[in-house]
Design a protein around this ligand. Sequence first.
Ligand SMILES: Cc1ncc(COP(=O)(O)O)c(C=O)c1O
Length: 308
Amino acid sequence: MEKNWLMFCTGVIPAISSTVRKLTTPAEKIVIQTPVYNIFYNCILNNGRNVLENRLIYNNGQYSIDFDDLEKKLSDPQTTLMILCNPHNPVGRIWNKEELSKIGELCKTYGVTVISDEIHCDITDPGVKYTPFASVSDICRDISVTCITPTKAFNLAGLQTSAICIPNDNLRHRVNRAINTDEVAEPNAFAIDAAVSAFSDGQQWLDELKAYLFENKKIVNSFMTENKMPIKTVTSQATYLLWLDCSELPLDGKELANDLREKTGLYLSSGIAYGENGRHFLRLNIACPKTVLYDGLNRLKSYCDMVS
Ligand SMILES: Cc1ncc(COP(=O)(O)O)c(C=O)c1O
């Protein structure tokens, strides 16, 4: 990464929305890989563009990419942009080099630019590395708009800061005009100092955080197994979010999340917010102290006991 590839923006979502407006026209199609971070839908629909879903394949508790379907969606002449989530919220996958390079080749073939949202890149399992989309090939580098930020790993979202990395000069110029026109290109004083100190002095803290989150993940998995819960945890390598397969429970969608909340006070995200194929899932945030985690798990267990 070179310094002059980077531009400041007031957040990843402001960066994505602004880029969507600049690089596409109303009614064009934007590919997302569902289930995916719900606000991607807003960035597309609120700007009058259409969502084109490339549904991820769910098999044996793991997610993978349906490349035949992806090619079909990218080859639609109305498709001009793809928003990639790497690592993927909510399923926790870190896409590998082969997958990323295949996405890059397909997008290049069909003239599609890729926004790679890498906001969760610092929160991987200990010892696990993520692969930046732009790093895997010259093709990927040339068609990419990558969004990064210290706000997830260092819990700084309130300070509104992110960086957009674009190696391609022409693309960078266009996005630079977009974020300046939208007035989301200038940092506030707190954001500068916070980002600099997080990235300069936060390594030890981040390592400890990652170790803690990994323990939390293990706690969730063993709790589910030991209590023979009718819920499966999807295997993940990154993020502090766990994607829970609740297809054995009697309710689904918003009803499931609402019923769980009403009966136990536990507030998990309803999977359907991330796409129709998230209907039978709940998303659990494990970025909390172990006492809170156990409290949540006990509530989840009492709910399962009540309804099954
Ligand atoms: C994948 C992803 N992108 C973007 C955001 C939000 O980014 P920002 O607060 O910088 O707009 C989130 C927050 O949950 C996220 O999970």
